[in-house]
Write a protein that binds this ligand. Structure first.
Ligand SMILES: [Zn+2]
Ligand SMILES: [Zn+2]
Length: 137
């Protein structure tokens, strides 16, 4: 079963809508219909790295090294069974840098957001309420 991945179409005419970004099982732009297999323009389609939230561990400054959206998976699960880390997944403890939509809705992410510094609390709570309503941040 194919999984949904993040892509960006760099075709200039696709930039107006979400900068050409799209989620799909296949690397085919929903706007211009150009796919990565296109013989002339396939390289317009680039796969984006998914940045997951790495939940904090009991050691400050270090994360658990797993994806908040699926704790059974290390941040960089190996690809193709050859021991190479998957280059399309990254992790961070920096809330702003997280791009994975599933991680943004995880309890670990929301808790981290709530417990940020007092001076950032207003901002975080505003973001939290936007998340709770399912709106883009
Ligand atoms: Zn396109
Ligand atoms: Zn994630």
């Amino acid at each position: 079963m194919a999984t949904v991945k993040s892509f960006r179409c760099t075709n200039p005419k696709c930039q107006a809508k979400s900068e050409g970004k799209f989620l799909s099982e296949k690397p085919t732009c929903p706007q211009c219909k150009i796919g990565a297999e296109h013989e002339r323009f396939g390289n317009l389609i680039v796969r984006l790295v998914e940045v997951h939230f790495d939940p904090p561990s009991e050691v400050p400054g270090f994360g658990l090294g797993v994806r908040a959206c699926d704790r059974s998976k290390p941040i960089q699960a190996e690809m193709g069974g050859n021991g190479m880390p998957n280059p399309f997944h990254a992790g961070t403890g920096v809330l702003r840098a997280v791009t994975c939509e599933k991680c943004k809705k995880s309890a670990a992410f929301l808790n981290a957001m709530m417990s940020e510094e007092d001076d950032a609390r207003g901002v975080a709570e505003a973001a939290f309420s936007r998340l709770a309503m399912g709106a883009p941040v």
